[in-house]
Design a protein around this ligand. Structure first.
Ligand code: C6P
Length: 414
């Protein structure tokens, strides 16, 4: 078992006080912190290799192009895509999902078709399909959850029919901390001739992902949740699907030939990378993947499991505290959403911030899920490889202190 404490010094941002207390960063599901090797790699790129890619023949342009394309291969290997051409660099997960909706979706969804998603989707994997369905006269259907907050596979089998053309599902959810059975869902989708789009934003940084083994047709994620700079993300797509899709945006670099009245397109992946891309972001993403690979994704799963096992029992023991999602740590990623009954989660998050603890509070860009859970918002703690059991203890103690301060469960409130 790896001692994760050895990685803390790589994250100097964590070594500070907030409101006079030691910072405890529990908001990695929103964005992760970046380790020094990633920051140094980005700096080195700008200091030694920076140029635009695929355009120049000068040495720096060639080096920058080599760095950018090497980053694509690093991503390809990390998620086990069959070829580098199946990796498209995007601005992030949201951009990648919109790309699929605007290209594959526009081309393949017709009136009367069905798109199936789950009720636990982030808005980024909901609104693109909702708007596409509205525009095309298609139906958007939602898979529900079991009582403990897992995706209801029996419901999925009912909802996906021969009219379904596309299933879009998070690999791991950003509120409930559940992992969805993507292989089974892919099988169900494919049996009905539909494609499956997987939102990997909360998964790819936290567990091994093999897109071929999952049989995902598309897999989208953001770099910033896995310690790269912001503004870089990835869309994986099966080559045959990408090749048949129209471009997403038009401009430089994505063309074959341009004439006054018509144009042809570059081969994949360039067809989908119009304009100057986030080259340093891609280089930083590759450095983040190198960092993760050095630790090992299986080790990261075990570490987050250890933290969740340490958190859930004392959290469950707090009277008046509701946890959303499974109560079994084995069914949990390092994302735990909760509320102190009668206290707005913004007040709870502010009280925790006074103790130096950073959690997110709000609807977590999952309003239909909030409606389903009959809440307007929740607080959410989310772990990553730099968190420790001491961070978990600090959270539990601070929640108890907030509960006392606001007199939750006493019949009086402050
Ligand atoms: N969720 C959270 O705090 P972007 O913003 O494009 O990097 O990622 C969007 C996204 C898509 N799917 C899921 C499951 C996500 O969790 C997110 C981002 C953050 O939960 C910010 S809202």
């Amino acid at each position: 078992m790896v001692n994760f404490k050895q990685y803390r010094p790589d994250f100097p941002i964590l070594d500070q006080q907030v409101n006079g207390e030691k910072l405890v960063y529990l908001d990695s599901a929103a964005t992760a912190q970046r380790p020094t090797p990633v920051l140094e790699r980005v700096m080195k790129f700008y200091q030694t290799d920076n140029a635009n890619v695929h355009r120049g023949v000068h040495t720096l342009a060639e080096r920058a192009t080599a760095d950018y394309e090497a980053a694509r291969v690093t991503v390809q290997k990390f998620i086990n895509a069959a070829k580098p051409e199946e990796i498209i660099f995007t601005k992030g997960c949201t951009d990648a999902l919109n790309l699929v909706a605007a290209t594959y979706g526009q081309m393949n969804i017709q009136a009367g078709d069905e798109i199936v998603i789950s009720i636990a989707e982030h808005h980024s994997n909901l609104i693109p399909w909702q708007q596409l369905a509205k525009q095309k006269g298609a139906t958007l259907k939602y898979i529900g959850l079991t009582d403990d907050g897992e995706l209801d596979l029996a419901d999925a089998k009912q909802k996906v029919t021969d009219q379904t053309k596309l299933v879009a599902i998070a690999h791991a959810t950003n509120v409930l901390g559940t992992v969805n059975p993507i292989q089974e869902l892919a099988q169900i989708a494919h049996q009905h001739g539909a494609v499956i789009v997987v939102d990997g934003a909360q998964a790819v940084a936290h567990m091994p992902v093999d897109v071929q083994n999952l049989d995902a047709d598309f897999y989208a994620f953001s770099g910033h949740k896995m310690m790269s700079p912001t503004g870089i993300g990835v869309l994986y797509g099966k080559a045959n699907l990408l090749e048949a899709m129209p471009p997403y945006q038009y401009g430089g670099e994505m063309i074959g030939e341009v004439h006054q009245q018509d144009s042809t397109w570059a081969p994949i992946p360039y067809k989908f990378e119009a304009g100057t891309q986030n080259i340093a972001g891609a280089v930083g993403l590759a450095a983040a993947i190198d960092y993760l690979n050095q630790i090992g994704m299986e080790q990261i799963v075990m570490h987050e499991q250890t933290l969740v096992k340490h958190l859930l029992p004392p959290l469950l023991a707090i009277d008046q505290l509701t946890i959303y999602g499974p109560h079994d740590p084995a069914k949990h990623t390092g994302v735990v959403a909760f509320n102190l009954n009668g206290l707005h989660p913004h007040d709870l998050a502010t009280a925790l911030d006074m103790e130096g603890i950073a959690v997110r509070a709000g609807h977590h860009c999952a309003q239909p899920l909030m409606e389903y859970l009959k809440v307007t918002a929740t607080a959410r703690a989310s772990f990553y490889l730099y968190n420790t059991e001491a961070d978990v203890d600090a959270l539990v103690n601070a929640i108890k202190k907030a509960k006392e301060f606001f007199r939750i469960g006493t019949g009086e409130t402050k």
